[in-house]
Design a protein around this ligand. Structure first.
Ligand SMILES: [Zn+2]
Length: 122
C-alpha cells in the first residue's frame, strides 16, 4: 500500500503534533491526523513560511484563552472542529472543475438560459 507523509500541527490538543513526527497515511485515506482528525501538513509545505487561513468561520474563538470555561469548551470541541475541517479539505481536494461546469450547465439549461445571458464586468 502507498503512503503519504504528513505532520499534525494541532499542538494544543494532539500529542502526535508535539513530537513533530511524520505520520504515514495511506493514500486512499483522508489526509488527517489519526488521533485528532486535523488536516495534516505535507513535509514540503512545512518548509514554506506561510500558514493556511482557517477554513471554517466557526470554531475556537481563542485557543490560548485563560478562561477556564472557554478552555473546557475548547477541549471538548477542539477535535470535532479539526475533524470537520479535515473532512471539508479532503472533499475539496476531490472537487473537479469539470463536474462543477456540468452542474452549472444543467442548472443553466433548467432555467432556459444560455451563456449569453451571463455578463461579468472585468
Ligand atoms: Zn493530531
Amino acid at each position: 500500500m502507498a503512503y503519504r507523509a504528513g505532520r499534525c500541527t494541532n499542538d494544543l490538543y494532539c500529542s502526535l503534533a508535539s513530537g513533530k513526527q511524520n505520520l504515514q497515511i495511506p493514500v486512499d485515506s483522508l489526509f488527517v491526523c489519526p488521533q485528532c482528525g486535523k488536516p495534516l501538513t505535507a513535509p514540503s509545505a512545512d518548509k514554506r513560511s506561510f500558514s493556511t487561513p482557517a477554513l471554517l468561520a466557526v470554531g475556537l474563538r481563542d485557543a490560548q484563552s485563560s478562561c477556564l470555561v472557554e478552555q473546557a469548551v475548547n477541549h471538548a470541541l477542539g477535535a470535532a472542529y479539526a475533524e470537520a475541517e479535515g473532512l471539508l479539505v479532503a472533499r475539496l481536494h476531490g472537487v473537479k472543475l469539470s463536474v462543477l461546469a456540468e452542474d452549472f450547465h444543467r442548472g443553466m439549461q433548467a432555467r432556459g438560459l444560455s451563456l449569453e445571458d451571463f455578463h461579468h464586468e472585468l
